[in-house]
Design a binder for this molecule. Structure first.
Ligand code: PFF
Length: 477
């Protein structure tokens, strides 16, 4: 193991371990559930183009910024301590770390609802697992999915799940417990080991399913849908949404990358790693689109079905596909793996912060954080049934109709992530000691200038605009 520049604390055992864990943090429900949904709802190609620009010009530089802040403040595993340390070493106020505090809180809140959605995925893993076993034991492993159900029954599975608070809470609890078990086992023995198994398995499944979709579904239609830009569909709201999605998908503004960055050994070059995380994350989002839409189109389904796309539309498609039972199971296992490596990073950020703040051990701290997130997530789950009338932010026009889960998703995605990103971009671009971060970045002088200009100028302006228009869309009217 290589010691970090500042020493102390826990570390990744190799660059590969870090890269896998960071890619695991980035690749998640955001890529497979949210990205195709948003692309579908916002007309495809034009949205994808804006999304890619957001990732390249703002997301990627911000990934480097966050990892770099983590490592520069190294030895202080938590995000708040790391940023405070960099501020101090730059002769600036430690108060800049408030933005890292916003990140920690955002991660905690995202974890709470992320685990609920991942619980739905887990439910679909169960039912497709039983379905596949049924097909296997009846001697037809390549049967379509849910042969014994009607199409209405398959579509109704989601509604039935949502109407059952006990089942929702159970799934949520199981997912949170698995996440907790991994984080409690530490950076090396838990997070790193999970990423080393889950990420390769994820990629194998992703490639297999995309190839299957390419040969059996309407691949050409999917390609033109995803990559032909129709700018008439590109509303300002869609642009907002693209930048917000870039933040969420890259795990920016939510403590994960700063915290993971603090475990990076001093000899790892950060810039290529940041480039790789952003590129792979975006590639996976595209592949997920190319995996899902051929199936959606060949089953004659609506690409703009919204959040129910993968839970309602796809199971119907699997029902009319040869080997649908097996493909359906592989699909939900794939999403489960992706969700798990992300939720691990969501729990790690707040846990590292609370360990540093309250001086408790990793296991107890992770348990307390997970229990807190479980309770808030529990409220989100009940928002689909017993509390379905509750609109927690009804006083705020843009969230007036949002149920509990959507409210937390909205406040984190539209407010907290951009706010934290805005603050850390300003800090790194204008306040952090230039020489300190130049050395840490390992960039050539020209690349350093480019990166710092993007972080100092473009990121705060663009992110400031999403904040403004995201919160007050009437300004655009
Ligand atoms: N990037 C994850 C996804 O795309 O699903 C979600 C996420 C993970 C957001 C970790 C924030 C975070 F800190």
């Amino acid at each position: 193991m290589v010691a970090s520049a500042q020493g102390g604390g826990e570390h990744w055992s190799s660059r590969t371990a870090f890269v896998l864990a960071a890619i695991g943090a980035a690749v998640g429900l955001g890529n497979i559930w949210r990205f195709p949904t948003l692309a579908g709802e916002n007309g495809g190609g034009a949205f994808v183009l804006v999304y890619v620009l957001c990732v390249a010009l703002i997301g990627m530089p911000m990934v480097l910024t966050e990892i770099l802040l983590g490592r520069t403040g190294g030895g202080r595993a938590d995000a708040v301590g790391s940023v405070a340390e960099v501020a101090e070493r730059s002769g600036r106020s430690r108060r800049w770390s408030i933005f890292a505090g916003v990140e920690v809180l955002a991660a905690f809140l995202i974890l709470s609802f992320y685990s609920v959605v991942a619980g739905w995925v887990l439910y679909y893993v169960w039912i497709s697992g039983f379905d596949f076993l049924g097909a296997l034991f009846s001697g037809s492993p390549f049967a379509p999915a849910f042969e014994h159900l009607t199409q209405d029954q398959v579509t109704g599975l989601m509604g039935a799940l949502f109407g059952n608070p006990g089942q929702l809470l159970l799934q949520h609890a199981i997912f949170m417990a698995v996440t907790l078990a991994i984080v409690a086992s530490g950076v090396h023995g838990g997070i790193e080991r999970a990423a080393k198994w889950l990420m390769p398995a994820f990629f194998v499944l992703l490639v297999m399913l995309t190839v299957y979709g390419a040969f059996t579904g309407e691949f050409g239609h999917a390609v033109s849908f995803l990559f032909t830009p129709d700018f008439s569909k590109l509303s300002p709201v869609a642009i907002n949404e693209a930048l917000g999605q870039a933040f969420f998908s890259l795990s920016l503004g939510s403590a994960a990358l700063v915290t993971y960055g603090s475990y990076v050994p001093g000899d790892v070059r950060l810039a290529p790693t940041a480039g790789m995380i952003a590129t792979v994350d975006t590639g996976v989002a595209m592949l997920a689109g190319l995996m899902i839409f051929p199936i959606v189109f060949s089953a004659g389904l609506d690409p703009a079905a919204g959040p129910s796309l993968i839970f309602q539309s796809l199971p119907v498609a699997f029902q009319s596909m040869s080997a649908g039972a097996l493909i359906g199971l592989a699909f939900f296992v794939l999403i489960f793996f992706a969700a798990l490596t992300s939720s691990i990073s969501l729990l790690e950020g707040p846990t590292a912060w609370a360990m540093a703040r309250f001086g408790l051990g990793r296991k107890v701290t992770a348990l307390l954080v997970a229990c807190g997130a479980f309770l808030i997530g529990g409220a989100c789950a009940l928002g689909y049934n017993v509390w379905s009338d509750v609109r927690p932010l009804s006083f705020w026009p843009i969230f007036a109709n949002a149920d509990i889960l959507d409210s937390i998703d909205g406040v984190t995605g539209k407010l907290m992530l951009p706010l934290a990103g805005f603050g850390l971009a300003l800090f790194t671009g204008w306040r952090a000691d230039r020489r300190l971060i130049e050395v840490e970045s390992g960039l050539s002088p020209a690349m350093f200038l480019l990166w710092r200009s993007l972080v100092a100028w473009l990121a705060p302006v663009a992110v400031g605009l999403i904040l403004l228009f995201g919160l007050f869309p009437s300004l655009l009217a």
